[in-house]
Design a protein around this ligand. Sequence first.
Ligand code: DAH
Length: 343
Amino acid sequence: MANFEELKQQFTAAFENAENLEQLNALRVEYLGKKGQISALMKQMKDVPKEEKPAFGQKVNELKAEATALFDKKKEELESKALEEKLASEKIDLTLPGRRPSYGNLNPLHLVEQELEDLFIGLGYQVIEGDEVVDDLYCFERANIPKDHPARAMQDSLYLDPEHLLRTHTTAIQMKVLEEQAPNPIKVVCPGKVYRRDDDDATHSHQFMQIEGLVIGEHVPLSDLKGTLEFFARKMFGQDREIRFRPSFFPFTEPSVEVDVSCHMCGGKGCPTCKGTGWIEILGAGEVHPHVLEMAGYDPKKVNGFAFGIGIERVAMLKYGIDDIRHFYTNDQRFNKNFDRFD
Ligand code: DAH
């Protein structure tokens, strides 16, 4: 005959001592499972004398109910203990400092471009950008550089078809603006990328940036060009800078000048940066050629004006002492981050 009391003590102690849910589950199988000890008691029923069967059955059912209640109670207890442990181990320390997300910054060329735009906006200029793919007409013909002109050889470069190419200079934007604005006055700067056949070394690149300036009106004196460029040179390179004009040649200006700025490194005494001359060549400029005005639809007897073209890389390199033009194009954060102070 089954010893109910012993079995009860056994599972009561076992459930009570279960340390975790796995152990508890194993005990459930052992006592309450289909092949467990309480089910085994049920199978003994057939051997029990008939008159004792009801009492025996009731006893087994009681045992089962008791075991189930003990199991449920212990399960709840272990589950809440497990939750508490989990909460304790996952506790977030709100006093820890946050991790700063790393962020990029603008390429120094764009920063210098913006600085130049701001400078000219301050002088009343408007900023106009043009297309990078341009007609031969605006890149060369309208700039007084016909098909057989030797000046093409220096810039002839990336053609898409015989009439379209990647602009070789921002002067292409100048020519388009002239046509669009004629016969009205103009005061614009046009920044952007340009492309031409060139060496790729520390000071040359087949792709670089320029900013073109153009002023058209009645009686625009050349001294205005000088004053404007002096303002530019002092803003970019320091208040003590002087500029000088040297006669030069560009097909689209007459007269044409090459503009030098007194060296900002040595103040004009002569040093490696200015190759001992005290002056640094910085840009080309001139009076817009009467024929250029005429082709665009202006009457050169009524209006005149000046234009200039500045290399943005050149300004950036001189201003910040950058020794290799290729630094601008590699997107190396160790280089770019030096210019974070503009942010
Ligand atoms: N387009 C010339 C170049 O790329 C630069 C230039 C010179 C632009 C004189 C001008 C200018 O507007 O007047 O070399």
